[in-house]
Design a protein around this ligand. Structure first.
Ligand code: FES
Length: 193
């Protein structure tokens, strides 16, 4: 099948054709678009990308970004520019649970580095990597606004605070058992975006 250049990547038209929002997600997207003046639908791009990421496996493939562009009637490069700027958007596949460990001052002073090393050892991955079973990805993040309960990490829409090694063990077990994609839209779209 033919392919096109999308940013620095190539995408496949056949894969692009398979990508389509569920009815519920599309209804939310359309409602978001109506919040902005006619012709300013690009303003809904950030929340629409969150929905897309939650709908299509936790990451934004070139095909997904192209689809979002078509829904919002904007250019694919406009979507790519935004998606590649913010760390909450994943441009490569991730695990069902992405642990984002805050590494900024308060968390760092309270042992964030030890938490990161502990998770690395426990999951046998390094920062930026995903476990072989596709369950966990480990990332570090800048201040997530929960400095008073440092050290902390975010997984989807959930904050996990005052971390200890024992809490990390429990979290890993909990998410393994849930065995589902955790996203920023885990609460309902209207209230969280
Ligand atoms: S420094 Fe970690 S949440 Fe602010």
């Amino acid at each position: 099948m033919g392919s096109q250049v999308h940013g620095t990547q190539h995408f496949d038209q056949a894969k692009r054709a398979e990508i389509k929002f569920s009815d519920a997600a599309m209804a939310t997207v359309q409602e978001m678009i109506t919040r902005y003046p006619a012709g300013k639908q690009k303003s809904a791009l950030l929340p629409v990308l969150h929905i897309a990421q939650a709908e299509f496996g936790g990451w934004l493939s070139p095909e997904t970004m192209d689809y979002v562009a078509s829904v919002l009637h904007i250019k694919p490069i406009e979507v790519f520019e935004v998606a590649s700027f913010y760390s909450m958007y994943n441009l490569k596949p991730v695990g069902k649970c992405t642990f984002e460990v805050c590494q900024t001052s308060s968390c760092w002073l309270n042992g964030a580095e030890d938490i990161v090393r502990y998770i690395e050892k426990k999951l046998n991955i390094k920062v930026g990597e995903t476990t072989k079973d596709g369950m966990f990805t480990l990332k570090v993040a800048e201040c997530l606004g929960s400095c008073g309960t440092a050290p902390m990490l975010q997984c989807g829409a959930s904050f996990h605070e005052n971390l200890t090694f024992e809490k990390v063990d429990n979290l890993i077990e909990k998410y393994k058992n849930e065995n589902r994609l955790k996203s920023y839209t885990d609460l309902d779209y209207q209230n969280t975006l």
